[in-house]
Design a protein around this ligand. Structure first.
Ligand code: GLC
Length: 742
């Protein structure tokens, strides 16, 4: 087998890294090669000796910089070839300064803020000796029952791809060898977000067309952004677990996409091939994983045990091992680890410094989504109020507001909502406080009386409800996604006092809020907002800044509607508001066909509670005068789609202007809408701006029945607006030859 080129981008750094990597491979014993393919969890007692013997290529979950430097010293000075270690960690949405969970960051639709957050996370992590993060997680999911939706960037391939690429740039910087850069990892390849039932680790059955048109797109964007590594998913895709899936890691990733970084398995995922029933034993699992293209094994230690005999018996080709080791060594050279393996924390910005905290505050502020604001309840005015009642288990909990996947953030750095409200209003307002419930899952009424009492005494109630961080994230799936515990009852009791209620929800997923949305005057969704969630939310509640976030994921009315998402297919019988009947409105002895024959649920209809892309502002934004630069364009051309955004409100605010397109006819059915562009625009009261999107026909390509990526001539609709439900639309046609274009 020829030497598979490790070459990635055609630049001097990659060439020298590749040449240096191949030179090193040629000096290595088989045991040392397999050592590079082995990642071991930190803290194990035989780790130093294994490193000394050249049997470890990477360590994960060691964050003590002195210990990391000692591990690197052993690797560099006490092993035969002196190969430095990759030090991996889940730095998902911050290291010490915690940013909103990725689903919250996605709600900001703010490319720069997302990139900045990743860069800060990288700098803080690098100061501990970490040089590789297992992020961004770019699994598309349309199932909020799945706990890992919290780590995702939502339901849409375009938004996820753009923001995932921003995280890659943030983590990796403009050079991997920069001191504050760390290698990124696109995970979990692929289709993990489509697990059946929203049940983690479950099977995912995705037709190849859908896989390519939806689930693979963000991974290609991450690869195009230069992501250094990929991670295989736990789940089986169409019956083939990812850690043994040669279609994903050989055909797509290497042959089609020409990826030349390296692939790491997820934790223990290679051993789990036997648990899946894909292999009969560990030896077979190793054979399948290596031959599928998994370069490095995380945690299970089977490569070291079985690869020598598999190679000796020709089940695995040593040339292939050389290629895999070269992928790994090339990254170590690109990171500059051979020249700078040690970390001096004093050469990094202090963690949780003021600049980092302010970036986290800005990110949290831009992540919050205003879902309801009746009678302009918000923003609150210190001048017009005498008192506020703060109620709820998440109002003053610096740990829970951090969210899932926070291994290194510390709650004592958090600024809570209660603290921030006190700081913001000072003595201008009386702030009354009652927890109301011990935890979000309480099933008693112990704290209700006190909460009701302060609500009755106050001008407005601010309730901070939702999910603790443990209720989302890996392995934390829910079959019902209402507010947990007695929260709805507490909200009912507080609403019954007649004092206006502002409900702020912190959660790691969309919740079904149909039972509470009508009971409150205003509803602000804060996800898990991170270290600076309190000041960010307080600033929004009191109008220092207007909310600007937009939903990156659809909110169902009922869990039974899942999967429900905006870029759905039209079906042969699409529902419409005038064609459906609610279950409570059906006449007795109704005739079989009397309810209309279209795609809706009798008890839920066909629309979500809140749609993808939706979010209110304190300003009032209006969209007018959409137009295209041409009515017909040829394949290979560009078209401009433009509309005017007006701020007819009375405050300055930012709006995320969205462009959606529909391909009316396709070789396979196409979605009724697809996001193809967005822009965050700040307008003063009375200000207007023409917002134009330039679209190339290649951006309308999709995989057809032959799995060819094509743009087909035909009619297209386009819309511009502030949510996926925008109706400000136009159309244009793509024609096969330039002659008939405008
Ligand atoms: C976990 C996760 C993966 C993470 C890895 C290391 O089980 O699935 O996302 O990066 O193990 O912690």
């Amino acid at each position: 087998m020829s030497q598979h080129s490790c070459m990635s981008q055609d630049n001097e750094q990659a060439k020298s890294a590749e040449e240096r990597a191949w030179e090193l491979v040629s000096q290595m014993s088989l045991a040392e090669k397999i050592g590079q393919m082995t990642q071991v969890n930190g803290g194990s007692h035989e780790l130093h000796q294994a490193i000394r013997e050249g049997l470890v290529g990477s360590v994960l979950n060691e964050v003590n910089v002195e210990e990391v430097n000692e591990l690197q010293r052993v690797a560099m000075l006490e092993s035969r070839l002196g190969i430095p270690l990759l030090i991996g960690r889940d730095v998902i949405h911050g290291f010490k300064t915690i940013f909103p969970i990725p689903l919250g960051q996605a709600a900001s639709w703010d490319i720069d803020a997302v990139e900045r957050g990743a860069a800060i996370a990288a700098a803080e992590a690098a100061s501990s000796g970490i040089n590789w993060t297992f992020a961004p997680m770019i699994d598309i999911t349309r199932d909020p029952r799945w706990g890992r939706i919290a780590e995702s960037l939502g339901e849409d391939p375009y938004l996820c791809g753009v923001l995932g690429a921003a995280m890659v740039r943030g983590f990796q910087g403009d050079r991997l060898s920069n001191r504050e850069s760390i290698a990124a990892c696109a995970k979990h390849f692929a289709g993990y977000g489509a697990v059946e039932g929203g049940l983690d680790y479950n099977t995912a059955n995705i037709p190849e067309n859908e896989l390519r048109n939806v689930y693979l797109r963000p991974f290609k964007d991450a690869l195009d952004a230069g992501v250094a590594t990929f991670m295989s998913s736990f789940s089986d895709l169409n019956g083939v677990p990812a850690a043994g899936n040669g279609f994903l890691f050989k055909e797509v990733l290497r042959e089609e996409w020409d990826f030349n970084g390296f692939v790491v398995s997820d934790w223990d995922a290679i051993r789990e091939l036997t648990v899946h029933g894909f292999t009969a034993n560990d030896r077979d699992a190793v054979r399948e994983a290596v031959n599928a293209g998994i370069d490095m094994e995380m945690a299970s230690g089977l490569y070291r045990e079985y690869l020598p005999e598999l190679i000796a018996q020709d089940y695995v080709d040593e040339q292939q091992i050389d290629n895999m080791v070269c992928h790994i060594l090339k990254l170590k050279f690109q990171l500059g680890l051979f020249d700078n393996p040690y970390t001096d924390p004093g050469r990094f910005p202090r963690c949780v410094n003021e600049e980092h905290l302010q970036a986290a505050r800005a990110a949290a502020m831009r992540s919050c989504v205003l879902l309801k604001n009746d009678q302009a309840t918000l923003p609150l005015s210190k001048e017009q109020l005498d008192s506020v009642a703060v109620i709820g288990p998440l109002a003053d909990d610096g740990y829970e507001q951090l969210g899932t996947w926070v291994f290194d953030g510390e709650s004592h750095h958090s600024h809570t909502c209660l603290q921030a409200i006190h700081e913001l209003v000072g003595e201008d307002l009386e702030v009354r406080w009652a927890r109301g419930m011990e935890t979000s899952r309480c099933r008693n009424h112990d704290g209700f009386h006190e909460a009701v009492q302060i609500a009755e005494e106050s001008d407005v109630v601010l309730m901070f409800m939702g999910e603790e961080s443990i209720l989302s994230g890996e392995a934390h799936c829910r079959a019902e996604i209402d507010l947990p515990g007695n929260q709805e009852q507490l909200i009912d009791a507080i609403a019954a006092t007649g004092t206006p209620v502002v409900l702020v929800i912190m959660a790691g997923r969309p919740l079904t809020l149909q039972n509470v949305a009508d009971k409150v005057s205003a509803l602000l969704y804060a996800w898990h907002p991170g270290t600076m969630g309190g000041p960010a939310i307080a600033d929004l509640l009191f109008g220092i800044e207007s909310p600007s976030g937009k939903l990156p994921v659809t909110f169902p009315r009922l869990v039974g509607q899942i999967p429900i998402y905006y870029s759905r297919k039209n079906t042969g019988r699409p529902a419409s508001h005038d064609s459906i009947t609610h279950i409570d409105d059906i006449d007795g002895k109704a005739a079989q066909t009397s309810l209309g024959m279209s795609a809706f649920h009798l008890d839920a209809g066909f629309t979500p509670l809140f749609p993808f892309g939706y979010g209110l502002s304190y300003a009032r934004f209006e969209y007018r005068d959409i137009e295209t630069s041409a009515t017909h364009i040829a394949l290979g051309d560009n078209i401009d789609i433009t509309a005017t955004l007006h701020n007819t409100g009375d405050c300055t605010a930012e709006e995320i202007v969205q462009l959606y397109v529909r391909d009316l006819v396709g070789d396979v059915t196409r979605p009724v809408k697809e996001l193809k562009g967005f822009r965050r625009i700040r307008l003063k009261p009375g200000e207007s701006k023409r917002v134009s999107f330039n679209l190339h026909t290649d951006e309308l390509a999709f995989y057809n029945r032959k799995m060819s990526l094509v743009t087909e001539p035909g009619l297209f609709h386009a819309w511009i607006g502030g949510s996926s439900e925008t109706e400000l639309g136009t159309e244009f046609e793509i024609v096969a030859s330039p002659q008939v274009a405008d």
